[in-house]
Write a protein that binds this ligand. Sequence first.
Ligand code: Z5A
Length: 209
Amino acid sequence: MFVSIEGIDGCGKTTQIKLLAEYLSQLGVEFTIVREPGGTRAGEEIRQILLHKDFQLCAESELLLFMAARAQIVREVVRPALESGRLVIADRFMDSSVAYQGVGRNLGQKVVQFMNSFVVGNTVPDITLYIDVPADVAMSRMRKEKKNDKIEVESLEFFERVRKGYERLMVENSKRFVLIDGRQAEEQVHEDIRKSLSVLIEKRKPNWR
Ligand code: Z5A
């Protein structure tokens, strides 16, 4: 089973993945967590270029680098883990590129989706948990943490555009997307995530080694 977790910066993905990992460990489920961009040797180098080095990348280069990192992690980590029966949890995946580069950077949804299909093939999440928070809430959380990654210094309007991109994806992929209200307390968000995954987890439990 392949689960991706999506949302704007500061929506609480990292916090929730930690809680989910603890829960899955208690259940004895074998899982692999991947983070985009990164998660492979090449991917971690690409992450440095994208988030920490001042290369003044144009939007097109940024998109191509996210895609390159994704192509690596799909082949080096995600597919082998899924083939061995593990649950894979992705902290961001293909929908991030549509929302951030396609909509946020105005490169266009179609071109990004075309590239995604070339890069991931059939390796598409079974379920995408979209943690939704308004951009101002997310930004005030980030400010508290004093995070200053390149993309995180973007404006409130940029993140609202990205959020609109996710909303559009949710409508277009209503079977795959599950909306989680990220404004709630951490424990309640975790509870909602557990509920959303419970049926899938129960169904596949006997297959997990
Ligand atoms: N990006 C892209 O543009 N295109 C792509 O294709 C891909 C990515 C794959 C990755 O950065 C960047 O790459 C990202 C999108 C872009 N933008 N930037 N920069 P990253 O991996 O460094 O960061 P992130 O994925 O955006 O996540 P984050 O910054 O670590 O935030 P988060 O994981 O969503 O949130 P968190 O760390 O769990 O929580 C943030 C704070 O809020 C923290 O202090 C928590 O304690 C607090 N928090 C969490 N939950 C709650 C609740 N429920 N209530 C109150 N406070 C909370």
